[in-house]
Ligand binder design. Structure first.
Ligand code: FES
Length: 142
């Protein structure tokens, strides 16, 4: 039975990792209660390229610009900060109309900014957006 100890080691290693993750989550919720999550929105207009990059009925993440843009219907756009309202991580992906935060698993509705799954509870702030000269522009005066 030489394989059994190796299997037990794997299980124990997994349990240790789960414990470490649990500690991280506990520290994180303390931060959240203290309101440390900052959520800056653009202070100047940000050009995001062709509006065709945003799928109708879906959304696109502009991670570098810390923005997400959704398109609920052809020609209609909504933009939100892509910085999680929990502890400030930038969302890492959009699946359909849900944005995912890689840090602690919060998920946001890309058409309203609403937090669908915690630990975040505060919606993503909306950012004005418009199409100007065939380009999407988000931020003040948009
Ligand atoms: S920063 Fe904690 S879930 Fe996004």
């Amino acid at each position: 039975m030489s394989g059994l100890p190796a299997a037990r080691r794997t299980v124990l290693k997994g349990a240790a990792l789960a414990g470490a993750a649990g500690l991280g989550a506990a520290a994180c919720s303390t931060d959240s209660k203290l309101g440390h999550a900052k959520n800056p929105t653009p202070t100047a207009p940000v050009e995001l390229g062709s509006p065709d990059a945003v799928p109708v009925g879906g959304a696109k993440l502009y991670r570098e610009q810390r923005l997400v843009v959704s398109c609920p219907a052809k020609g209609q756009y909504k933009a939100f900060s892509a910085q999680c309202t929990h502890a400030g991580c930038v969302l890492d992906k959009v699946e359909g109309n849900e944005g995912n935060c890689p840090c602690h698993g919060s998920r946001f509705d890309m058409t309203t900014g609403e937090a669908l799954h915690g630990p975040a509870t505060v919606p993503l702030p909306a950012v004005p957006v418009k199409v100007e000269g065939g380009r999407l522009v988000a931020g003040p005066d948009a």
